[in-house]
Every structure is written in structure tokens, then in C-alpha cells.
Design a protein around this ligand. Structure first.
Ligand SMILES: Cc1cc2nc3c(=O)[nH]c(=O)nc-3n(C[C@H](O)[C@H](O)[C@H](O)COP(=O)(O)O)c2cc1C
Length: 220
């Protein structure tokens, strides 16, 4: 498919047709992800694709359990907000539990930005160090590049994905299930997001995008 057509087709897909994804297609998708640029060419990613329904469900259940443990505490402070968080989890965090033929879990390593160790050496304030490591972190920018490649290649092969970070508060629980159920554990790697992937059902809505003037400034 032409790049322009793929970009126009891209939308978050939360409902899937029945049917699986061949291993070869997942491989193509991950190869595309791995061809992305990365800061200092660190390629600071590892993708774990899971097709096993029981393991997919265990991951979703670990997220739901974590969500409920937070909501039970929230109930004591604001029941409405707790119920909204429960609903959000059901609709936007674990919707793929019984329907997506596969999920792809993205693991990343820490990227120490240029200037960080140098600032540290000269005793810079914690705020400056956090700013460099956090908001502008190149490691996460590299992960974003790989994940967008993953997304676009999936569309090229006839699939749709939903990129999910709303389960990040359950990162430790997800890593635990991964280790127990798949044996996956790699020194220095931590969970950053997951993708639900499958052949899209039709008529899925996407929110409008900002106008060009709002996201673009041309200086001549
Ligand atoms: C970094 C990132 C995190 C996201 N996390 C979630 C998520 O946890 N759950 C979800 O349903 N959608 C998630 N999305 C999808 C966004 O909600 C979606 O991209 C946005 O609403 C625009 O819709 P569109 O992708 O259909 O154009 C995420 C997207 C990105 C890029």
C-alpha cells in the first residue's frame, strides 16, 4: 500500500474480526519496528508478541486487578471518579482481553541522554536531571518511532492496532505475568506499552485531528 494511503487508514482499532495472525506477519511487523531510528542507534526495544489466549487473558486480568485495587482506595475519597476509572479500564485498557488475536508487549531500556552525566558531574539540581531524563527522554522518542513503524506495517498487512499505555500503572504486574507465563525476562528491560492487534471490524470512529495551523508554524 502507498504510504499516504496507510497513514490515512491508520486509526486506533478496538474491535477485531475473528481469525488469527500468522507468525510470518508478526515477524514482518516487528522487523518494520526494528528498522526505526533510535538515539545513538541504541535500538532500546524488545517486542514480545503473544497469541496464547490464556496468557493474554492473564495479562488483562492482572491489569484489572490492579485497577480494582486502586479503585477500592479511590472509593473512599471519590466514588464517582473511582467508577469512571473502572469504566475507562474496561473500555480502553483491557477491551482486547477476549477479542484481539494477539497482543504485542513493548519492553524498553533506559536511555541516558547526552548532558545527563555531565550535569550530574557538576552537581546540577535534581530538577534539571529529571527534566532531561523525563520529559525529553530520547529513549522514549526512539520507542515512539519503532511503535509507529509497527503500527503502519500492521496496516500494510491488513491489520489494525491499538497502542496502549493506560495499563502502565500495572507495569510490575504485567512484567510478573510475562515472566511466569512466558519465561520472558531480560536484564535492563521494562514494560512501556502494549498493542492489541487484529483484523479490524468496519466502521470504527476516530476523533478529529487538529487543524494544520494549530500544529504547524512556518518561519521563512
Ligand atoms: C502513546 C499512546 C498511548 C495510547 N494509549 C491508549 C490506551 O491506553 N487505550 C486506548 O484505547 N487507546 C490508546 N491510544 C490511542 C489514542 O486514544 C488514539 O490514538 C487517539 O484517540 C486518536 O485516535 P486515532 O488513533 O483513532 O486517530 C494511545 C495512543 C498513543 C499514541
Amino acid at each position: 500500500m502507498e504510504l499516504q494511503a496507510i497513514m490515512e487508514k491508520r486509526q486506533s482499532i478496538r474491535r477485531y474480526q475473528e481469525g488469527g495472525i500468522p507468525d510470518a506477519d508478526l515477524e514482518e511487523i516487528i522487523k518494520a519496528a526494528g528498522s526505526a531510528p533510535s538515539g545513538k542507534n541504541t535500538q532500546n526495544w524488545h517486542f514480545v508478541a503473544i497469541k496464547n489466549r490464556k496468557i493474554i487473558q492473564k495479562i488483562a486480568d492482572a491489569i484489572s486487578a490492579k485497577n480494582e485495587s486502586i479503585c477500592l482506595e479511590m472509593d473512599k475519597v471519590d466514588k464517582d471518579k473511582a467508577d469512571r476509572f473502572r469504566k475507562f479500564c474496561k473500555n480502553f485498557t483491557v477491551f482486547w482481553r477476549d477479542t484481539a488475536p494477539a497482543i504485542i508487549v513493548t519492553m524498553a531500556t533506559v536511555y541516558v541522554p547526552s548532558g545527563y552525566n555531565e550535569y550530574k558531574l557538576i552537581g546540577a539540581e535534581q530538577e534539571i536531571l529529571l527534566d532531561l531524563m523525563g520529559y525529553r527522554n530520547p529513549g522514549m522518542q526512539s520507542i515512539g518511532a519503532a511503535c509507529e513503524n509497527l503500527t503502519l506495517k500492521a496496516i500494510d498487512l491488513g491489520y489494525g492496532t491499538c497502542w496502549l499505555t493506560s495499563a502502565n500503572y500495572a507495569a510490575a504486574e504485567i512484567e510478573k505475568v510475562l515472566k511466569e507465563e512466558t519465561g520472558f525476562e531480560r536484564e535492563g528491560f521494562f514494560f512501556v506499552n502494549l498493542f492489541a492487534i487484529g483484523t479490524p471490524q468496519e466502521n470504527q470512529k476516530s476523533p478529529a485531528k487538529k487543524a494544520l495551523e494549530e500544529v504547524y508554524t512556518l518561519v521563512k
